[in-house]
Design a binder for this molecule. Structure first.
Ligand SMILES: [Zn+2]
Length: 86
């Protein structure tokens, strides 16, 4: 009888680990989906659409702003209030 209870314990542990792994991969999938949704941003300086992957970004007032080029980024940094809607 001792062997049987050890087997049951092992099975429970294996199942637990398996379900944990399934949850982890679920989260990864969700992250990928959110990433693809948020890849396009509006450049606040020239109003152009920019992709996160090749954009210059600046964090201002806890918000991240994306720019098409270094020159747009510089204009924003010089006077952010010109480009942020209040
Ligand atoms: Zn721009």
């Amino acid at each position: 009888m001792k062997k049987l209870s050890i087997m049951i314990t092992l099975c429970t542990i294996v199942l637990y680990i398996a379900s944990f792994n399934a949850k982890a991969s679920d989260n990864t999938m969700k992250n990928i989906v959110t990433d693809t949704v948020q890849t396009v941003h509006i450049d606040p300086v020239c109003k152009m659409k920019v992709k996160t992957t090749n954009a210059k970004n600046v964090v201002y007032n806890k918000t991240t702003y994306y720019f098409c080029a270094e020159s747009c980024k510089q204009k924003f940094v010089a006077k952010p209030s010109n480009y942020i809607k209040k």
